[in-house]
Design a protein. Structure first.
Length: 212
């Protein structure tokens, strides 16, 4: 496989979803995964467990990137699911490869890319619905930043710097929609953070991959 599943867990989420996470990866014939956790937990040997005190989601994901050994990293929510063939090798020359999420829980249907990735840094909405895998080299060059909507912020930065994206129409993952999810119903503070970041990009105040 040329893809590694990456996820993070803290608080009581391993107790809630740990068995589901492990079983899901086993059923998808996962050969390599990275889990960054705030405490030591029992996982199979194909999961590289990294234990550190919780700081923020971006830091946890970036720590996982440092341990990534395959071409692609799939950064997933700990309670989300990989479909049976979801970890098939990715054949793409792009920096980011995406596909529709099959939604379950409070919403059903597909969450799909709506187009115009290259202008994400200048749009008043996020066109990047779905799930995404990222090249290791990209994530080393432009790591996640500590924002509430860290993925939207990341798409703004990567699109601004001309990184490429390829979209597939075949779902690989299931996005479990829960009432307590940050993105469910929108978050005004998180959206304002994105708009402020976009203005900084436009004003040349953001230097690629360098913390603010």
């Amino acid at each position: 496989m040329n893809i590694t599943v990456i996820s993070t867990v803290f608080g009581d989420w391993f107790e809630k979803y740990g068995q589901q996470f492990v079983s899901m990866l086993e059923e998808a014939n996962c050969e390599q995964a990275i889990l960054v956790s705030d405490k030591k937990v029992v996982v199979p040997s194909f999961i590289n467990l990294i234990v550190k005190d919780f700081t923020n989601h971006a830091d946890f994901n970036n720590v996982a990137t440092d341990a990534l050994e395959t071409d692609w990293g799939l950064y997933m929510g700990f309670d989300d699911l990989v479909m049976e063939d979801g970890l098939a090798d990715i054949d793409s020359e792009a920096d980011i490869y995406g596909w529709p999420h099959q939604m379950s829980g409070l919403q059903t249907g597909l969450s799909s890319y709506s187009g115009n990735y290259e202008n994400t840094w200048n749009l008043g909405y996020n066109p990047m619905a779905g799930c995404f895998a990222y090249r290791k080299e990209l994530m080393q060059e432009i790591p996640f930043r500590d924002y509430l909507y860290l993925d939207w912020i990341h798409f703004c930065e990567t699109s601004y710097h001309g990184k490429t994206f390829e979209a597939s129409e075949t779902p690989r993952t299931i996005w479990v929609r829960r009432e307590d999810s940050l993105a469910y119903g929108g978050n005004r503070e998180a959206e304002n953070q994105v708009y402020n970041f976009q203005r900084k990009l436009q004003d040349g105040l953001i230097h690629k991959g360098i913390p603010e």
